[in-house]
Design a binder for this molecule. Structure first.
Ligand code: HEM
Length: 383
């Protein structure tokens, strides 16, 4: 995985870092300045694939395509203002005790080797998002199933009929479930974000049920795999860099800085798509309207014009300029929540004795350059 990130970034950054990829039929943009340009100039580079893509959109019924992440201002500003009520620093703080409890419970009673993905990588983000949304714990296995069925079809380029059928079923079940929850919270509001988001703002503005449904799906989809991947990538980096591991064990206050470097070095989202709203230009290339442009975060995070010695993992680097949570109006709403979850889990792992950790299979099928599943079994320190 280290080699793959390094080589993908190196190839991408060669020349002027902008090129047309025949396979996906998209422009890929790699330099830090150019990726920032694509992410921040939403008038030229739109997130609204359904509206601007010149090509047919294969997964039109993906709920994420109707969500906050896939619309532009001015509607985006309004929706973002409404949903931001659920992501204030205070709202995030109130989740920390339940994150700590989940980590403690998941690590309790594990003797010997710890499967990081099975014990923490899956359950932690799902439980956190469930707590945020106020979803019953008994439905959490469904959450995992729905997320996987949706992302493994809609997030990839497959047309496999079995995956399509699983996607459709998951989408229908997820909608039915959330519509029931909305009806319940309308009658009996609770202390959860769905109840908050169902209520109108003082000026009367509110989300429609469809917008709220798409937002719930977006949280599940954006908040689950990414956080899991960040945790796994942190374990990978620390396993491969025993000095860094020893340093963090001696001084756990360095954990947040080390996590920022993991985000730079192995970003969970390698790239994100935009669609040109009209004739566009980038680094001297003329791009036609309706073209897909992939902002390659993973390459931008290794641009030597911004990061010295970019292929080296330096846990004390404090890489403030990394683009792993995006930039501009779509900057990740869950960034603080993700950082907190992973920091709490890593601190607990650092002090866990006895037994090594291991990560099972890592699925990188949904990277923007379409690499297939990478099998990786790795065992960490045992002391
Ligand atoms: C947007 C990354 C965790 C919710 C984004 C974007 C990135 C990103 C790159 C911008 C995409 C774009 O501009 O096209 C990550 C990473 C995470 C993470 C790396 C974990 C390490 C989370 C979590 C949540 C979340 C835990 C919520 C529970 C969102 C939402 C958006 C978003 C709602 C859309 C914001 C908008 O369009 O205005 N995320 N994310 N993310 N993320 Fe995250």
């Amino acid at each position: 995985i280290f080699d793959w990130h390094r080589e993908t970034a190196r190839e991408g950054l060669a020349g002027d870092g902008v090129r047309f990829l025949e396979g996906p039929g998209a422009w890929a943009v790699h330099g830090h300045a150019e990726v920032q340009q694509v992410l921040t100039d939403h008038q030229v580079f739109s997130s609204d694939e359904l509206r601007y893509s010149a090509r047919p959109v294969p997964h039109r019924d993906n709920p994420v395509l109707g969500s906050l992440a896939a619309i532009d201002p001015p509607r985006h500003h309004l929706l973002r203002k409404l949903v931001s009520r659920a992501f204030t620093p205070r709202a995030t703080q109130t989740l920390l005790p339940s994150i700590t409890d989940t980590v403690r419970a998941q690590l309790a009673g594990v003797d010997g080797e710890l499967d990081v993905i099975g014990r923490l990588g899956h359950p932690l983000p799902v439980r956190t998002i469930s707590a945020l949304l106020g979803v019953e714990p008994v439905r959490q296995p469904d959450f995992v199933r729905w997320t996987e069925a949706i992302t493994s079809f809609a997030g990839s380029f497959t047309q496999d009929p079995a995956r399509r059928a699983a996607f459709r079923t998951a989408r229908a079940e997820l909608s039915a479930y959330f519509r029931e929850v909305f009806a319940d919270r309308r009658d009996r509001p609770r202390d959860d974000i769905i109840s908050v988001l169902l209520a109108a703002e003082p000026d009367g503005s509110r989300l429609t049920d469809d917008e709220l449904l798409n937002f719930c799906a977006l949280l599940l989809i954006n908040g689950h795999e990414t956080t899991r991947t960040l945790l796994v990538n942190t374990v990978l980096c620390l396993t491969a860099h025993p000095d860094a591991l020893a340093e963090l064990r001696a001084n756990p206050d360095l954990v947040p800085t080390a996590i920022e470097e993991v985000l730079r070095f192995l970003p969970p989202i390698g790239g994100t798509d935009r669609f040109t709203t009209g004739p566009a230009g980038i680094a001297g290339h003329a791009i036609d309207p309706g073209q897909r442009v992939i902002a390659m975060i993973l390459a931008a995070n290794r641009d030597p014009r911004v990061f010295a010695d970019p292929d080296r993992f330096r846990p004390d680097r404090a890489p403030g300029e990394h683009l792993s949570f995006g930039r501009g109006v779509h900057f990740c709403l869950g960034a603080h929540l993700a950082r907190h979850q992973v920091a709490i889990a890593v601190r607990a792992l650092l002090h866990r004795r006895p037994g090594p950790w291991s990560v099972g299979r890592i699925d990188t099928a949904r990277t923007p350059v379409g690499i297939d599943v990478l099998d990786l079994a790795l065992t960490g320190p045992d002391d």
